[in-house]
Design a protein around this ligand. Structure first.
Ligand code: PEP
Length: 250
């Protein structure tokens, strides 16, 4: 049985005071659910968030990680820096980073590899565009995003990784994939991993992301291959985020 996982990606939203109120609110009202709950604040807020959640069940992650261990990479944050502030997870290959900062599969794989080397669990984000879905190339696109990482980091690294499927057409659009649409791709991802390592396929957590809300979370989490969700907009509201987390109950 795979453990459930909910990741909140704050992106470049909210200010310092709202960030503190949000994290304190989550900790104060966090229900007893048999699943892990993670928040990924902007880098600047990570030290404060980490300090506030010490000795709680809430976990801190980051929205990205440098592709190199150290050196002259202006503006980047390394895995060892994130570890100093107790970051347990790092999102790599989010579609916004692929789109606005031209991260290709190789750069994503290098970020992923640095996370593994730093003892941080990478959340490898994959996803298709609406055009790719209409052309029927969803599986091909997602497979390449994963296989390029396997080529660089090796299949064994997936013992310590999470994969998410976040269709671009569902991120921030209010348009969610149906449970069946999401399940179809997540099942494909699990089969792909199974073809390399049945042991990893059985245990790896695979998440869905894209306009997840309290209203649709239960239906998504009922799907056999959806082990959790990656939440953007709805993670900025304590009540919505905790309702999504509570969807693991029942
Ligand atoms: C995301 O940030 O990956 C995401 C899924 O955002 P939203 O929930 O707002 O669609």
């Amino acid at each position: 049985m795979r453990r459930g996982l909910v990741i909140g990606n704050w992106k470049m939203n909210i200010n310092w005071h709202s960030a503190i109120a949000l994290v304190d609110g989550i900790v104060a009202d966090m229900p007893a659910v048999n699943a892990d709950l993670v928040v990924c604040p902007p880098y600047l807020y990570i030290p404060e968030v980490s300090a506030r959640i010490t000795d709680t069940r809430l976990i801190c992650g980051s929205q990205n990680i440098a592709a190199h261990a150290e050196g002259a990479y202006t503006g980047e944050i390394s895995g060892s820096m994130l570890r100093e502030f107790d970051c347990k997870y790092a999102i790599v290959g989010h579609s916004e980073h692929r789109k606005y900062y031209a991260d290709d599969n190789v750069v994503v794989a290098k970020r992923y590899r640095q996370a593994i080397a730093s003892g941080i669990v990478p959340i490898l984000s994959t996803g298709d565009s609406l055009a790719q879905r209409k052309q029927g190339t969803t599986f091909e696109v997602v497979a390449k995003q994963i296989e390029d990482v396997i080529d660089i980091a090796g299949i064994d690294s997936f013992h310590h990784a999470v994969i998410s499927y976040e269709p671009l057409w569902a991120i921030g659009t209010g348009r969610t994939a149906t449970g069946e649409q999401a399940q179809e791709v997540l099942e494909f991802i699990r089969r792909l991993i199974d073809s390399k390592s049945p042991e990893i396929a059985e245990k790896i957590q695979i998440l869905y992301g894209g306009s997840v809300k309290p209203e649709n979370a239960k239906n998504l989490l009922a799907m056999p291959d959806i082990d959790g969700v990656l939440v953007g907009g709805a993670s900025l509201d304590t009540d919505s985020f905790l309702k999504i987390y509570s969807s693991f109950q029942n």
